[in-house]
Design a protein around this ligand. Sequence first.
Ligand SMILES: [Zn+2]
Length: 400
Amino acid sequence: MSRIALVAKKVITPDTVIPQGVVLVDGRKILEVGPRSAVVFHEEEFEVFHFENETLVPGFIDVHIHGACGHDVMEATREAMTVVSRHLARHGTTSYLATTVTAPPIETIQAVESLGQLITEDTGGARILGLHLEGPFISQEKRGVHPPEHIRLPSTGIFDELVKMSGGQVRLITVAPELPGGLEFIEHIRSRGVLVSVGHSNATYEVARQAIRAGASNATHTFNAMRDFSHRETGVIGAVLTDSTVWAELIADGVHVDPVAIQMLLRCKGPRRILLVTDAISAAGMPDGDYRVGTLSVKVSQGVCRASNGALAGSTLSLDRALRNMIDYTGIPLEEAVYMTSRNPAESIGVAESKGSIRPGCDADLVLLDNGLLVQATFCEGKLVFREPEHAAQATERSS
Ligand SMILES: [Zn+2]
């Protein structure tokens, strides 16, 4: 395995900010991190990358993504996942939860089975960390674009079957806790080691509180597909905004959630409990036109995805854009926004030991951002998987 040394203008770990930082990588893992003056290494033992004007941050982790570049993760083929993984890497995402939508049972079972087998494979870009099942145990009232005929009441039998068919790779499931037996269902899911995200839910504040007490730890695209907030019945939104432990997914594309609501979310939750997600579908990275999410047809116009009834149907967002938007909308510094793309999602799904930080012993998942916060290069587990073409050309000139 190769050894590389990355020298950057700034390294955001994100617990510290190191000016003129160096990150040493040995194979898949980070070996050492520190200021240029303190990290000693022999240049002949490392392939050295000099990034004089760029900032190095931990690779982004997307816990809610359905597809990209014409492919949906429910196709669950190696080809589809390679295309999606490469697209994500171009935008700084180094790992993700492949996210299913409500679909006919046979299609869901086939998808989770194939995805479960692909998880250990190198898809040439961002790594699949596991599965996020969005549905089928969701609210008919708050289904968004999920097909109503395939929505189910909580069933431990169906859930256990999905987990089994995935080879134990389901990490997260979106559930509406107000459904009959919903709270016991959440306890059952937790007993199987799977995390619960409250979403596509019409629950009252009280039921949402009970769901959190029963073990729900996340909220799926906060504000979207939830009971409307009222000052007399605050619903899931009230429960999520006033609980200090729950991780709140946010689609920061400027369409799903108004920037003022994003500021409210930040003031309530702080930068350490927000998860930037894309909820991107197969239309991400593609021109406007007709696409699919799961088995549903979607029309994309000016980058906004809608079903025939006008409801929003996922997004074309990328996490690097979400990061820039979050900074634009709220004025937070980059080091706080990086928690929301990297460290928080890692903690929320229990992989913070190896992902989400630039720290010795962690996987070498690294993203290089220029001054405009555009992705210049991405390393996944020590491997350079994307380099902005112009940047690559300059580097060659310098070395020749
Ligand atoms: Zn989704």
